[in-house]
Design a protein around this ligand. Structure first.
Ligand SMILES: *Cc1c(COP(=O)(O)O)cnc(C)c1O
Length: 428
């Protein structure tokens, strides 16, 4: 072990890797090598970047290989005679994906990239009128979401500066409290067409109260959607019961499906048979039994699958299947339980440092965060981050001043958290 000299026994046995429920599944994944000054080294990294790109399951090659073999041996016949027939391949991803986001299987489909799905959802669920054309967004949203929303506003002939309202935290904090959300919806509610927020903010790591926001939005006559890029596979989600109208998320962050892989999309069943809902359509959303009759007249599948456009990339989906099978085996509840302990441990160790050079901006309330902890450098100095990187810690730096750390319960350990904080102590 590369870091043995930095390891101590944790003070609380709850935070030991040997404690019940604390087991790691890191042996299911390839752990990357540390990179130093642009070069890969032979040293295994401590990988805290699963919030940006999840690690590669060792089974991915096998799953993709199986589809390549079917393609080689069957050609076009693989669509119906493959071991996992390609016409319906996306369906085998649905049961696990639905559990991860807390939805019915008729409400979840894997398709397209995340921002593409966001646009498809906005085509259906952002229907501005002169009286009600505003979109309420979170504080400091991920740029792609902001660009998508602004372009939709312009597409409908409105001005983003007037239409988009951003939640603003009180007192210069990074965290938006529930009171602010309530007040903002109360103030602008009858002008808001859509509330569109992240589940977990990519910068601060704040987990928003999804059920409460949905309820408040609906009471004010707004539709409510979420981008769950940083929430899916990270926190417990109950999209159906919370009544969320739509949601989108990528599969390559906590869901470990590989760079740029396909996105998940959820639409509440109450919208599935609404024929008045505008929708951008393609042949993969057409009635499955009739699809290959190639006839005019679009007949939508009566589920979220009616939003599908194209026949999907099977090789990419095979990698998603490899990863979802691990989630199916381990279970979200187990991961969330371990994750809460890991971030509590990280919080405790960082607080013990008792330094004013760093500030944790992620909420201290465990119910208001996932596994990510965002550490702000008070003097905006990137030196600590560079030193950690030189020691083989793979984390990320978000401008202007934040180090994001995601101890992922699937493959990170309590020992890695302790080593990480020892290194911070050494270099601060
Ligand atoms: C990662 C992320 C994206 C990335 O979008 P892609 O379309 O997958 O490139 C978008 N929005 C949020 C909130 C994200 O966290």
């Amino acid at each position: 072990m590369e870091y043995t000299h930095l390891m101590n026994q944790p003070p609380d046995s709850n935070y030991s890797d040997d404690a019940p429920g604390n087991d790691t599944y890191s042996h299911y994944f390839h752990i990357p090598h540390a990179v130093h000054q642009g070069n890969e080294t032979s040293k295994k990294s401590i990988y805290f970047c699963g919030n940006s790109l999840g690690l590669m399951p060792k089974t991915v090659n096998k799953y993709i290989e199986a589809e390549l073999t079917d393609w080689a041996n069957l050609g076009v016949e693989g669509h119906v005679h493959g071991s996992n027939p390609w016409v319906s391949y996306h369906e085998i991803l649905t049961p696990t994906m639905s559990k991860i986001v807390g939805a019915k299987s008729s409400e979840v489909v894997v398709m397209n990239g995340l921002t593409v799905n966001l646009h498809l959802m906005l085509a259906s669920f952002y229907r501005p009128t002169p009286e009600r054309f505003k979109i309420l967004i979170e504080y400091n949203p991920f740029p792609s979401d902001r660009y998508a929303l602004e372009s939709q506003v312009r597409f409908h002939g409105y001005d983003p500066a007037e239409a988009i309202i951003e939640l603003i935290p009180k007192d210069g904090s990074e965290i938006v409290d529930t009171e602010t959300i309530i007040e903002t919806i109360a103030e602008y509610g009858d002008g808001i067409a859509l509330i569109m927020m992240a589940g977990v903010n990519y910068y601060s790591g704040q987990l928003y109260p999804i059920a409460e926001i949905t309820q408040l939005g609906h009471a004010a006559g707004c539709l409510v959607g979420f981008d769950l890029a940083h929430a899916a596979g990270n926190v417990t989600l109950n999209l159906h019961d919370d009544g969320v109208d739509f949601a989108v998320w990528c599969s390559y962050k906590y869901l470990n499906s590989g760079p740029g892989n396909l996105s998940g999309c959820y639409v509440h069943e109450r919208h599935h048979r609404d024929e008045k809902l505008p929708k951008l359509t393609g042949w993969w959303g057409h009635n499955k039994a009739e699809r290959f009759k190639m006839a005019p007249g679009f007949v939508p599948i009566p589920t979220v699958e009616s939003w599908q456009l194209s026949n999907p990339p099977i090789l990419a989906m095979a990698a998603i299947k490899a990863s979802l099978d691990i989630f199916e085996e381990v279970g979200m509840q187990h991961l969330v339980d371990k994750s809460k302990k890991m971030s509590a441990y990280l919080f405790e160790l960082l607080e013990d440092l008792d330094t004013d050079k760093i500030k944790i901006i992620t909420p201290t309330n465990p119910e208001a965060r996932g596994c990510q902890v965002s550490i702000q450098m008070v003097n905006k100095d990137k030196t600590l981050f560079n030193r950690l990187a030189a020691e083989g810690i793979i984390a990320d730096w978000r401008e202007p001043d934040v180090i994001r750390i995601a101890p992922v319960p699937l493959y990170n350990t309590f020992a890695e958290i302790q080593i990480f904080v020892s290194l911070i102590k050494k270099y601060l």
